[in-house]
Design a binder for this molecule. Sequence first.
Ligand code: 4GN
Length: 243
Amino acid sequence: MRCDVITLFPKVIKAILSESILKRAIDKGILDIKVYNIRDFTEDRHHVVDDYPYGGGAGMVLKLEPIFRAIDSLKKIEEERLIIFLSPQGKTFNQKIAERLSKESRCLTFICGHYEGIDERVKAIVDEELSLGDYVLTGGELAAMTVIEASIRLIPGVLGDERSALEDSFSEGLLDFPHYTRPSEFRGMKVPEVLLSGNHGEVRIWRRRESLRRTLERRPDLLERANLSEEDKKLLEEIKQTM
Ligand code: 4GN
């Protein structure tokens, strides 16, 4: 996967790249990511990147010219790009989008905004506006890294165990089942008996039931869209009767 990140805070991006699963992906040659400082694309003596908003009001707005210049300069590198902007106004990011981005052949090019906002005309060069959810961050950096991390871990070879990503919560549109490891009892809290039984068939059914139960309790909206088998529907009926 090829990624470029255009930001006012390259150090924030590099700090994440030096410590995470993203570092592993880079070391394995699966992720090739470059970071560009918006300030390097200013042409004035004081390297100004923000300005007062037209129409007045509090806060500053990220200027257009340095961002356009940054994108122009990247376009000189012959590479197809998908330009992504992170903001609370974007389409809500989810696992399906992560799957699509993980298979993208174009260079994922993230523009990270800051201050109260970015000059709206930047949207002329943005292909896709994404949001992590209904909350506001100071800058787009952590949001961009979240999108990259969610996508890269779906590429075969990034995670240690190849099955891990497939068996994830959400890969089937349901919440994950509970996980346990040793000891089997801790301060009176016991691991469910069935998991110690060695009966793989029973374990599989128990996990599926717990996935369905959690999804029903916490995210019933997901159940409406999930692909449920006949067995799932039967389990779901049993769960509803015990609620
Ligand atoms: C993304 C960016 C929240 C999200 C952001 C989100 C930076 N906040 N929910 N803040 O994914 C002004 C211009 C705010 C960029 C933006």
